[in-house]
Design a protein around this ligand. Sequence first.
Ligand code: ATP
Ligand code: MG
Length: 787
Amino acid sequence: MSTNPPKPAHFLAERITADLAAGKNGGQVVTRFPPEPNGYLHIGHSKSICLNFGLAQAFHGRCHLRMDDTNPSAEEVEYVQSIERDVRWLGFDWAGGADGNTPNATYYASDFFQGMYDYAEELIRRGLAYVDSLSRDELRQLRGSFDEPGRESPHRNRGVAENLDLFRRMKAGEFDEGSCVLRARIDMAHPNVLMRDPLLYRIKKAHHHRTGDAWCIYPMYDFAHPLEDAFEGITHSICTLEFESNRELYDWVLDAVPERWNPRPRQYEFARLALGYTVMSKRKLLQLVTGGDVDGWDDPRMPTIAGYARRGVRPEAIRAFADMIGVARNNSLVDIGKLEHCIRADLEPITPRALCVLRPLKLVLTDWPADRAEMLRAPWFPDDPSQGARELPFGRELFIDREDFALEPPPGWHRLAPAHEVRLRHGYVVRCIDVVRDGEGDVTEVHCTHDPQSKGGATADGRKVKGTLHWVSAAHAVPVKVRLYDRLFTVEQPDASDDYRHHLNPESLVEVNAVAEPALGKVDVGTRWQFERLGWFYADPVVGRPDALVFNRVIPLRDSWAKATGAVDAAASRPVRTRVPEVNSERRSEKAAGKTRTDLRAERRAEVPELAKDYERFQRDWGLPEEHADLLTADVELARYFAETVAAGAPAKAAANWAVNELLRAVKERPLAELPLAPTVFSALVVKVDGGELGASAGKQALAHLCTSGGTLDAALRTLGLERPQDGAALDSALDAVIADKAVEVSRYRAGEAKLLGVILGAAMQRTKGAFDGKAVKERLVGKLTG
Ligand code: ATP
Ligand code: MG
């Protein structure tokens, strides 16, 4: 990789540029990627890896790899090794060690346990921490809630000497797990719940993968993380948005200890990646592994880096995907089609083409002599024959794919059927004259004649032949196993609620005994190929052997999962295959075996009359589309929540849209009952957005914030800097800044290049972070540009 790639264009790069310009951190840029070694890395992590390592490269800084191993229970050496392997596979190196420059030296949070402990004692001495002996339940009760301040523990005012003594005894193992904790002494009435005397240490009598039994107290994330960053000299500590409210505590910890840090790390947040048709949490991925739903962490269907590698995806594709999705501050579900596009775009130029028949059906050329084989020359790269060619034997008996023959073809069928003509790739045009069937009426052989003047595909009389099929000579065919991998889940948001394992795609792996052209029989394992008309394939290096090849389908040629109708029911819609209809109908009925979520909801409504009533009412009285009524009556709690939202004033249709597209996503993170978002607040949000007072993207930001932090809508908008100023002064000044910034485009626009409005408007939307309604921004901008 180049050592001087172009600077990425996103808010974090801007931040770093500004810090460097201001001379902060002595001109250093040090980032880190801090996984907890409790599972394999997934595609979400790769976003963070590409971001952190990418920033370090772009700004000539360094990026540490740190195992955030402060929780002994779930961490394992196997995971540490897989993490190192996967980061390297993605194409990144790291440095570390005492001098920060030792190649491939990995940092471990556990190496800092003593330093953290010493600071904890220091906090006690400064009156900033105390040992609390309440039970976990009592602690929770005193914490208060979003609308209610917390209350002080009776142990809050223990003296320094007593606290030190208790803390040392905690460390010495004198107390049982859960009997006491070390807490920061901040403010039990703090508006940020996380600041209400948070826990710093807890007792955990577990064996640690590196420190063994040396410790029985372990630091909490909020205490450990800022210190790890500071000890390592991190300048920019980048994490995902759920940690936004933790930033205040991060800063408190760094300021509370006596050290004057230089550099003083700062935390920045970005949106985590959520990808359609996958689950991403390590906990859920582990369940798939231990539950036997997949064949290990590196199963090619897993969204893990190891899984993609095993499937045959190249790191180039994953990095291109990270670039494509960019980095921003609003959470959204990324269309898996984007990742698939990157995989195809990466493989397309580098894979030689070859012929392989997945489900062989014999084709006999009745006018071809039995003993005659003709060697055709077929280029590996049809667009560039200079890259070489192979010999492709052609003869009387061939195999074609079953799916390419239909006895009763549907309209528009361009493949083979009785009396139809097709071209055989690189070979001749053939016409079907007869079929042989077995006792059940299934076709077992197709008989054809060939046009001797059509070698290479063109007919001598210029008649048009529409279809071209792939094929393999029966006498030369090499048997290979092909694993047809498909998406692991059948719905876009498998963990939207209920049991995500319910949505496992029963056809995510179909293994077939295929036949390949002879040249494919001699390839090395670990190589990638494009099987014509089928997709990209990878000669599996683990189970495949040179004499018994196994090909993994990396990805089919084209997207066969196009969405049904917009994204109305993204959570429940069944994928609609846009393939030409399959001839083979048993496969289709197999597919229908599993029940869909839609079926299950219908069943539940049949059992719970209240739900059935709501389902009717939502459509009849409130005019909701059937799909929305269906989704919102998935359970009683949700239906009630929705009804209360509408009762509080939100227009029903808009509320349903927001509930289905945004709220259900949040409910995926935690159950509705625990969501700190009251229906009245949700209602207020919908009203504001629907009335055009708040832009949709600002609305989403606010909703995400409310779902994690609670509070009122106004408070959320204030915190996020999204308040809508009464007089429009903020919009005006933002637009003025954009006009100054885009002076060149502005003058060209004023000189008549109308299409530049888009560029200027884009900059304006970006600058206003979606705080204003798009239409309002446009109107005012045009006013300013023309007035
Ligand atoms: P999970 O919820 O999957 O267990 P995690 O956040 O607990 O993930 P860590 O090992 O703590 O996993 O994550 C290491 C780093 O990767 C963190 O900085 C985290 O912000 C980042 N990360 C994890 N998941 C994602 C994601 N989906 N998108 C972007 N970054 C992520
Ligand atoms: Mg974690």
